[in-house]
Ligand binder design. Structure first.
Ligand SMILES: [Zn+2]
Length: 287
């Protein structure tokens, strides 16, 4: 309905610009239609938790390091490492299958207000600030017209060593190009073990730092290790977050917006594995 009204408004606008004799009447129609669209979106009541939980889940992918394995990598680390060629292949698979990347604001508006999403929506997220997410990740996403979400651990910004991390400039560039910069704490402390002081050092200060870098508000958060604690989830809203992301465990029924699920695309998956995993993990609705 909304898109029809928008279409009507736009086509009336186009008509009115080339039919000047009827201009004033047309203008009025445009104004009414635009007003209607505006009121519709403003007056929509936010959905309750039950409604949010019942909406079809949007697949969210989670990546860490995009590089080739080396002998010293532990077996556990393999889940967090995907080879560059494989990553490119997996992004191509998504594009070939008609997936459209969406960003957290779109997901939030869909979950809370039922706003329409593009066909076959998917979210592509990166954790931990590794530079290869910029060099390989971002350039591959661009090739397919995808945008990504970068959950930054602020302690590592600009750090060089065994692993290189993104610089401020790279983070700013990602933001300027329309990707979302989000928070992943200061130094990856487990959210379930936060003390009162951690709400300043692990949450407020990183938010401020990222906002200084990007010039934009930071409103989304990913839990280190995907681990959360129900009793303190309400504090994320108090500290300015609209939503937060876990890994593939179950959502909290009282805080579905703060426990949005993601799956890791591990290095051992083929593109086909990933395709099946997306459908198995997300294409269910909860009654
Ligand atoms: Zn992490």
């Amino acid at each position: 309905m909304k898109s029809f009204l928008l279409y009507a408004a736009v086509s009336t606008l186009l008509l009115s610009s080339c039919q000047s004799s009827k201009a004033s009447k047309k203008k009025e129609t445009v104004a009414n239609a635009t007003e209607k669209v505006k009121t519709d979106s403003i007056n929509t009541k936010p959905a309750d938790n039950k409604t949010i939980l019942a909406r079809r889940e949007v697949p969210v992918l989670c990546y860490h390091q995009i590089r080739n394995n080396i002998a010293s990598d532990s077996k556990r680390a393999h889940d967090d490492i995907i080879a560059p060629d494989k990553f490119r292949e997996h992004m191509k698979m998504l594009a070939d299958n008609g997936y459209h990347s969406i960003l957290p604001d779109q997901l939030y508006n869909y979950l809370v207000y039922g706003t329409k999403l593009p066909e076959k929506p998917i979210m592509i997220t990166f954790d931990d600030t590794d530079e290869d997410q910029f060099t390989i990740g971002n350039s591959t996403l661009k090739k397919y017209g995808f945008k990504g979400v970068y959950f930054i651990m602020t302690v590592s910004i600009g750090r060089k060593g065994r692993i290189n991390y993104m610089t401020k400039e790279q983070i700013k560039k990602l933001s300027d190009e329309g990707n979302t910069i989000a928070s992943h704490t200061y130094d990856h402390k487990n959210f379930a073990q936060f003390t009162d002081a951690d709400w300043t050092t692990q949450i407020d200060e990183p938010t401020k730092k990222l906002e200084q870098i990007t010039g934009k508000k930071v409103e989304y958060f990913a839990f280190p290790y995907g681990v959360y604690k129900s009793s303190t989830l309400h504090k994320l809203k108090e500290h300015g977050f609209k939503a937060s992301f876990i890994l593939s465990t179950s959502r909290d029924e009282n805080y579905p917006l703060y426990t949005i699920r993601r799956i890791i695309d591990p290095g051992r998956y083929t593109a086909k594995n990933l395709y099946y995993s997306i459908n198995k993990s997300f294409n269910k609705t909860k009654a």
